[in-house]
Write a new protein. Sequence first.
Lengths: 322, 255
Amino acid sequence: MNDVLDVALRLLIVFVVFLTFPLIVGQTEHKVMAHMQGRLGPMYAGGFHGWAQLVADGVKFAQKEDVVPAGADRRVFQLAPAVALLPYLLVLLALPIGPGEGAVGQVLDAGVFFVLAVMGVGVLGSLMAGWASANKFSLLGGLRTAAQLLAYELPMLLTAASVAMAAGTVSLVGILDAFEWWWLPWQIVGAIVFFVAGLAELQRPPFDMPVADSEIIFGAYTEYTGLRFALFLLAEYAGIVVLCGLTTVLFLGGWHGPWGADGLGWVWTLLKTAVLAFIVIWLRVTHPRLREDQLQKLSWTLLVPLALAQIALTGVVKVVIS
Amino acid sequence: MTLAAAVGTVAHATTTTLTTAAEARGFLSPTGVEIAFLLVGLVTFGAAVVTVTTRQLVHAALWLVVALGGLAVEYLLLTAEFIAWVQVLIYVGSVVVLLLFGLMLTRAPIGRSPDADSGNRRVALAVAVTAAVALVWVVVDAFRTTWIDLDGTPAGSTDVTGASLFQHWVLPFEALSVLLLAALVGAIVLSRRANTAAAAREAEARERGAGATHGTPHGTPHGAPAESAPEPASGPSPEPARAPTARRRDAEGNR
């Protein structure tokens, strides 16, 4: 009975994190973007600095009519948001936020592979949406999504493999246990490549060619309304949380910190994740959108070679020190 | 029979952590895991059948996702966690995405495609049934009396998989990587040859186009290459001055 309670509690915590953290990131994005652009952002909803703006948005989305275009493939169209969103919920299960086995939803033997595999599945949702909408803009968006995923999955995997080589394990918990502070400079190139490739996989600006609202009208999501559209947006922000958490765990040492790692390890994890999320927002405000050919060129001629160089470096150092 | 025996020997030799206490249990004893295994297997089988029988191209690709995901679950139930995630990563995350990309790039009609059928369906069915029978027979014969000890160390953990891959199977592993490398180089060679042929055609077309609009100011022997080089399939262009420019722009965009 105790086991059942334990599992239920873990699932509940992960679910609550899944529901609240993306909203916090979204609200932060509203405010940070506004201040970087010399505006105030939402100020009225909820009273204090518009803290309830996203709740109000959610209520608005829930009230809207759920429209399925007449020419669309009905079932695939309706299923797509769930396929896009659920993988991120599963990934959160595997991310350790503190030391020990108590601070992770589920300890997985091959955690790195699980996380990357499931994140890749999420993109299927965008593809399904893009195809099933029966809309040229959506199809273009879906195509660009697929091309982007194929280009950026490789550097992500290679850099994650570099960390796994350094730690000698593919378990996320094991990687954190093996972490030393000097891994930071050792793996810094891999960290940057991983983070950039992850941004591209999430289709965040400046890699938002697949959804480019000013030219193909939000790509795969053109035809979506109401709650289903909200689910796609939620998937994007859940993706930010997952990517930042994953970068923290793989490259920044997760719960390790200068002091207090034992009791307050989870604070370090959250702090690093928050800083990375801020960088994600910062990049959105400061960088113009990359063209499709520039996207592909960046991945194949810069990120992949850098990732391979990082793997070589990791291998050499690993052999030298062992 | 010899093949099955060989596979059996290898399996026994490599998977040392599998217990071979067959006497205590029968061939099929219904526990929860086994029932789940069978149900997932049925779903996988059904999805695979729908994949090859549906007339809707994209639906076929999406049912393929279900079938491949079902296989991953089966691997999980066999305690091969690493293989399961790699299955999801490679097949669901990459191969199906590539498939969908190809479908969307060429044609992906919503609704049924009446021509989505093959004249080889009888042969294909025969090959599929033969392969299935051979595989089922070999696997059943090899692993009939092998049971996975669920309480001990997982038999399919990354540790065990890695050790067996790089100790017992390192030669096939390397051979496979060479095969993949050859395929990669072949793909590059094919695409490059197509590019150079297109470039040659384009240069020739440009020359002819220039000759048609401006006459022959430099007196270049533009007639000779036009006869020796293969004619484009589209035949002579109605607008000889514009077509090559557009094609050149395309080529630059691709680069």
